[in-house]
Design a protein. Structure first.
Length: 262
């Protein structure tokens, strides 16, 4: 499964402080630590810490690429900020993210085509987040159809059913797991699936445990990628073990170390 490291996000106080102080070393340590623990992609979000998010995105991308050689998921609600990062990305990036709203979808799919990037599509529109899997699937189909029309390879399309906190939307956890299965029936080849895992435990007392169990259940339902904390060793161990049980890699007594070394 693809691990997208979540920690370079200006919403976190340490990253906010690093952005404001132009502390390149702090950002680069976060990048190296996450890649060292198995992140195949790094999410990059300027957050609210910058008066000029375009310049901040450029600074972050350049700083990260000085020390690691992985793809970046450029995370912003503004197309111009995303494009600022796309122009500098050394490897094909992932746009994080679009909704099913046609106006936004058309703009970001055009960027994905122009820069040969992947794109994450959130199953929501201007009305907000659906409360059942039928509406989620309708939004997913709209995103997949628009991507095909734009000439985007579906191997570069990630559908995000939108994880909601279990303490305020407990029933939605089941809806999301069922949505993951349904998304795989939308096209041939099927789009990939991704979740922002940490949202599941937002505001709860047992955050690591909830994240760990939710991730394993999502993997069993066909999840391809997760935006998550790769520095949480027990979380990553659970992911590796889930994939082992699903016969995605071969058992040996040292399977945890073997997976990390590959």
């Amino acid at each position: 499964m693809l691990v997208i490291g979540e920690l370079i996000n200006g919403m976190y106080q340490n990253v906010k402080s690093a952005i404001q102080a132009k502390d390149k070393a702090g950002i680069q340590k976060l990048a190296k630590d996450q890649v060292g623990q198995g992140a195949g992609v790094l999410d990059v979000n300027t957050g609210p810490a910058s008066a000029n998010p375009e310049d901040t995105m450029k600074w972050l991308v350049e700083a990260i690429q000085e020390v690691v050689d992985v793809s970046l998921a450029l995370d912003s609600t503004k197309a111009n900020v995303i494009e600022a990062g796309l122009k500098l990305a050394k490897k094909p990036a992932i746009i994080n993210s679009t909704s099913a709203d046609k106006g936004k979808l058309d703009v970001l799919l055009a960027l994905a085509k122009k820069y040969n990037s992947g794109i994450i599509g959130l199953t929501m529109d201007k009305k907000g987040i659906p409360r059942d899997r039928t509406q989620r699937t309708e939004h997913a189909l709209a995103i997949v159809s628009a991507a095909q029309e734009a000439g985007i390879d579906l191997s570069n399309v990630y559908i995000d059913p939108i994880v909601l906190p279990v303490n305020v939307a407990q029933q939605q956890a089941i809806e999301l797991l069922e949505s993951l299965r349904e998304f795989k029936l939308l096209s041939d080849p099927a789009p990939k699936t991704v979740v922002g895992l940490s949202n599941a435990s937002q505001g709860t007392e047992h955050r690591p445990l909830i994240n760990r169990v939710y991730l394993v259940m999502a993997i069993a339902n066909g999840l391809d990628a997760a935006i998550m904390d790769p520095l949480d060793k027990e979380l990553v161990d659970a992911m590796i073990t889930a994939e082992l049980i699903l016969n995605k890699h071969i058992y040996c007594d040292s399977f945890l170390d073997a997976y990390r070394k590959k």
